[in-house]
Ligand binder design. Structure first.
Ligand code: NDP
Length: 246
């Protein structure tokens, strides 16, 4: 079943964690993949090799999501090297946690730049090249709707902002046959959110399924949304959170 075969995708933040799993999953379905990273060139290179071993084109692009010019350049490079873009996955994100008295403006600005502004910038650059059937998938968070611990307010705000962005952009892009959706994971085992320790135990107590999700579970939902079967889903904020928000 190669319904995604020969599509071309750009995934932001594909060197580690959820983004790396999305790169691998799309590559396994025959998608030519480009992805960005900011500070992990060795990890990025490993993912390129893993994708190429699956028989597709793969390239890693160093681009800091906080810099709009670098995000635009990454989209342009994807189009140039892969011959177009059919799928954009806005995955790169940062998590800064601090109580209100200590939260710095620099962390506030960086959170908004990477988690929100870059999503808009990449989307604007990509849809210039996308044809009917194009797919934009953002990785939001279950924290957009439930933030059960102190210190996460700015992160939650950044992910709530994606909900409004996705809903509004669905209206812009619908007439062009392009869908845009927001995948909202609960706790997923990555370096951003390690599944061991006190914090993890606290989170597990809040879930219907008392376990962390895997990066592959998120990649599976992204692959579904990228495919032709998902053509009637747009403007949706989709929870995949083990019942964290139930
Ligand atoms: P990780 O920290 O494990 O990986 C983050 C990835 O994003 C890395 O590939 C990193 O690349 C890249 N990245 C970070 N900052 C930048 C930047 N400024 N420019 C370009 N790339 C960047 O995070 P996760 O995989 O856990 O998270 C991925 C997404 O999923 C994020 O948007 C996060 O908010 C969201 N999410 C995660 C959850 C979880 O529990 N893990 C839950 C809900 C949502 P490099 O190393 O090269 O900098």
């Amino acid at each position: 079943n190669h319904t995604l075969k020969n599509k071309r995708a750009l995934i932001t933040g594909g060197s580690r964690g959820i983004g790396a799993a999305i790169v691998r999953r799309l590559a396994s379905e025959g998608v030519d993949v480009a992805f960005t990273y900011s500070s992990s060139p060795d990890r990025a290179n490993e993912i390129v090799q893993a994708a190429q071993a699956l028989g597709v084109q793969a390239l890693a692009i160093q681009a800091d999501s906080a810099e709009a010019s670098q995000v635009i350049a990454a989209v342009e490079q994807t189009v140039e090297k892969l011959g177009g873009i059919d799928i954009l996955v806005n995955n790169a994100g940062v998590l800064a946690i601090a109580p209100i008295d200590d939260f710095t403006l620099a962390d506030f600005d960086r959170t908004i730049a990477v988690n929100v502004r870059a999503v808009f910038v990449a989307t604007q650059a990509a849809v210039k090249h996308m044809k009917e059937g194009g797919r934009i998938i953002n990785i939001g968070s279950a924290n957009a709707e439930r933030m059960p611990f102190a210190g996460g307010s700015v992160y939650a705000m950044s992910k709530s902002a994606l909900q409004g962005l996705v809903q509004g952009l669905a209206r812009d892009l619908g007439p062009r046959g392009i869908t845009i959706n927001n995948v909202q994971p609960g706790p997923i085992a990555t370096e951003m959110n390690p599944p061991e320790g006190e914090f993890a135990e606290m989170l597990k107590k809040l879930m219907a399924l008392p376990r962390y999700g895997s990066v592959e579970e998120i990649a599976g939902m992204v692959a579904y949304l990228a495919g032709p079967e998902a053509g009637y889903i747009t403007g949706a904020n989709l929870m995949i959170d083990g019942g964290f928000s139930a």
